[in-house]
Design a protein around this ligand. Sequence first.
Ligand SMILES: *[C@@H]1O[C@H](CO)[C@@H](O)[C@H](O)[C@H]1NC(C)=O
Ligand SMILES: *[C@@H]1O[C@H](CO)[C@@H](O)[C@H](O)[C@H]1NC(C)=O
Ligand SMILES: *[C@@H]1O[C@H](CO)[C@@H](O)[C@H](O)[C@H]1NC(C)=O
Ligand SMILES: *[C@@H]1O[C@H](CO)[C@@H](O)[C@H](O)[C@H]1NC(C)=O
Ligand SMILES: *[C@@H]1O[C@H](CO)[C@@H](O)[C@H](O)[C@H]1NC(C)=O
Ligand SMILES: *[C@@H]1O[C@H](CO)[C@@H](O)[C@H](O)[C@H]1NC(C)=O
Ligand SMILES: *[C@@H]1O[C@H](CO)[C@@H](O)[C@H](O)[C@H]1NC(C)=O
Ligand SMILES: *[C@@H]1O[C@H](CO)[C@@H](O)[C@H](O)[C@H]1NC(C)=O
Ligand SMILES: [Zn+2]
Length: 295
Amino acid sequence: MKTLLAAYCAVSLLSACHNADSPAAAWCYHEPTCSDSAWPKIVPSFCNGTRFDGNSALTKIRNTGNTIRVDFAPGHMNVSGGALPTNYTSLQFHLHWGNGSYSLGSEHSVNGKRYPMELHIVTAKSIYHGNTTRILADSEGLAALGFFIEATTEKNQPESWKALTSYLTTITQKGGYANITHNFSMADLLPGVDMTKYYRYHGSLTTPTCNEAVIWTVFKDPVKVSQNLIDLFSMTVRINDSTSMHMTNVYRSLQPINTRVVKTQTEDQSASEVLKPLFSLTLGTAFFQMLLYTT
Ligand SMILES: *[C@@H]1O[C@H](CO)[C@@H](O)[C@H](O)[C@H]1NC(C)=O
Ligand SMILES: *[C@@H]1O[C@H](CO)[C@@H](O)[C@H](O)[C@H]1NC(C)=O
Ligand SMILES: *[C@@H]1O[C@H](CO)[C@@H](O)[C@H](O)[C@H]1NC(C)=O
Ligand SMILES: *[C@@H]1O[C@H](CO)[C@@H](O)[C@H](O)[C@H]1NC(C)=O
Ligand SMILES: *[C@@H]1O[C@H](CO)[C@@H](O)[C@H](O)[C@H]1NC(C)=O
Ligand SMILES: *[C@@H]1O[C@H](CO)[C@@H](O)[C@H](O)[C@H]1NC(C)=O
Ligand SMILES: *[C@@H]1O[C@H](CO)[C@@H](O)[C@H](O)[C@H]1NC(C)=O
Ligand SMILES: *[C@@H]1O[C@H](CO)[C@@H](O)[C@H](O)[C@H]1NC(C)=O
Ligand SMILES: [Zn+2]
């Protein structure tokens, strides 16, 4: 606890973190101005099933050579609430994975637990209208939402992921893309996730200066997806042309938590006034990579 980074990186989300059985250390701070009623719901548009029904928000799916990325139609999915400072517009989502069931590929891990895949929705402050220069100049210009993907043995579930992965065979090579014609929404891809339960921290641009650049939200509930669909990512798409390697292990190595403060809701919100020790959340640093995808 040798720097004041905690204050620097403190977020507006009141937190006491309930999971204390961890060897790693981090800290939570009490912020008396936050009351329980100030816990907003994050991403109300997700919680609101009607708003993003249909597929109009999801336009194209691409093989970038580094990941599989899906672009949002500009302005079609906004993110607000969840103690984010303002409104954000979703730009794209992309995925990180390992090698099927042989190696796990989530970028975050919670209490040492990793998942086969992780989905990242990248959003930028709406007021910048996608201007990368302005987004980058703002320490809160980006907000990223992370969702863990957990494997299930049932085949081809959920339907939305079956539809999503059906495009992979047409985008096996770098630069390949397909127009999304299936009728599934972002919310359809995230069944079973309670949008009010998440971890929050400010990510850093570079370690020496620790510029905050992205507000991270990592949801606690994993999305359950069939192992056979998860396997398609590492078995179908390639990093370049048809002679190149399959795209596997597309995640950054785990980073130490250092002095970053991770916050979360308490199980019992009435206990939120109490300072509690934190769990370990190992951080990925895919930030730069994600930004490149947005331009
Ligand atoms: C859900 O959508 C309705 C209609 O668009 C809106 O009135 C309501 O405020 C929304 N609720 C949330 C939680 O966003
Ligand atoms: C897409 O699905 C939604 C509900 O899931 C439905 O209301 C809508 O009519 C469907 N659109 C098309 C073009 O099938
Ligand atoms: C998202 O926000 C922009 C303004 O920043 C607005 O023009 C657009 O209609 C919003 N989209 C939705 C789906 O609410
Ligand atoms: C954010 O979006 C909501 C819903 O579209 C709108 O009511 C609110 O005024 C916006 N806030 C800002 C700061 O633009
Ligand atoms: C991925 O796993 C398969 C076994 O299913 C193995 O043959 C292959 O070498 C692995 N690839 C990498 C890059 O580890
Ligand atoms: C982005 O913003 C910068 C700084 O305000 C401005 O100089 C530049 O012209 C903008 N770019 C576009 C494409 O609008
Ligand atoms: C995607 O849609 C656009 C316009 O709707 C069309 O011009 C383009 O050829 C389509 N691309 C593919 C790969 O289907
Ligand atoms: C990627 O594939 C293209 C097309 O076959 C080829 O020209 C290029 O040299 C390859 N790049 C690498 C880094 O292998
Ligand atoms: Zn990412």
